[in-house]
Design a protein. Sequence first.
Length: 395
Amino acid sequence: MLSRYLALDDFDPAAKRILPRCIYGYIAGGSETCTTLNGNRTAFDSYRFVPRVLTDTSVRSQQTELFGRSIAAPFGIAPMGAINIAARGGDIALAVAAESAGIPFILSAAALTPMEKIIDAAPSSWFQAYLPGENDRIIAQVDRVKSAGFGTLALTVDLPVPGNRENNIRSGWHMPLRPSLSLALDGVTHPKWLLCTAFATLAFDGMPHFENMDAGRGPPILSRTRSRDFGRRTALNWDHVKLMRDRWPGKLVLKGILAPEDAVIAQSTGVDGIIVSNHGGRQLDGAIESLHALPAIAAAASRLTLLLDGGVRRGSDVLKALALGAHAVLVGRPLLFAAVVGGQAGAGHAITLLSQEIDRNMSMLGITTFDQLGPTLVRRVPSSGAQPVISWKRE
Ligand SMILES: Cc1cc2nc3c(=O)[nH]c(=O)nc-3n(C[C@H](O)[C@H](O)[C@H](O)COP(=O)(O)O)c2cc1C
């Protein structure tokens, strides 16, 4: 059944059919006009390959060194919050699929699965924190992540306030979900989701809660009155990063850097790596595309390990990002849609597809390892004037 999914983009329409409109909208959408969401895709289209030939590519390897560990392919799974409402056990499904494939999975601070459960199931997972500018909460969170046994901690820095995702309001999404007639109708018109995710979760796992925002358990996902305590997120600054650096013995990564100046500060603060990201177009609409931000950051902060996310859908996208200076990339929405469609097996199939595309393209590019990749193998071409590829509007 999974064999009919031939590319990562094939999972999106299939997941759209399964999911209630408000949940699909929460995942697929971006902020305001979706300029950055769309730009993430068109940025990849603005580069073309200049392949080399007759180089003997009979033995190829995707093995990549990331933070002192070897991973099987140069990509991982981006942190995504609250995904268990789209696929029952979604965090575990993605984490185990990643672990089996030898690539990293990053658990979100806004996940509905306790971090301790993830590390048991997939010991090489990373943890992504959302933190307020409050020392006591930072220390408590770092200590929990440390005692859970994670080796890599990513702090997301591009969410001082939530982005203006008006399409979420249009589609009926609110977090925590508010019981309402329209929410109930959205559920009953999507019976597979209603039975296999909503009912099965409530019957077998109980009411999901935000499990990882702090040292203790957060509020439930369905509530009229309770909401998450985000604390003073707008106060978060470089001093807090220094505090984390002092307290956290593992690898420290900042997610959501787009300016080379910030990459340079991150480097001097002792951070190990950064994720060049605009949060998949979900935060500041009009922010620069991750791919376009990458070359200047790679030039400015050469000691940092660089990851990139936003719009990666094909093996060719991965290779373009690597050619422009990334050591690896992260993929978000398509892998979640794959888990919605086929659970752990669906995510595993999607990982295999991406890895096969990378392998095939390596040969056609004339390379056998990623250290042969560089800016000479790609060329920026004038914009084709292509229309936005993703439009998330009121239907
Ligand atoms: C449903 C959803 C939830 C997300 N939740 C988080 C989160 O909790 N923390 C975070 O740092 N980024 C979050 N992101 C952003 C992703 O980590 C990543 O930056 C983005 O999805 C990459 O773009 P792509 O989906 O085009 O691959 C979320 C993205 C989606 C789609």
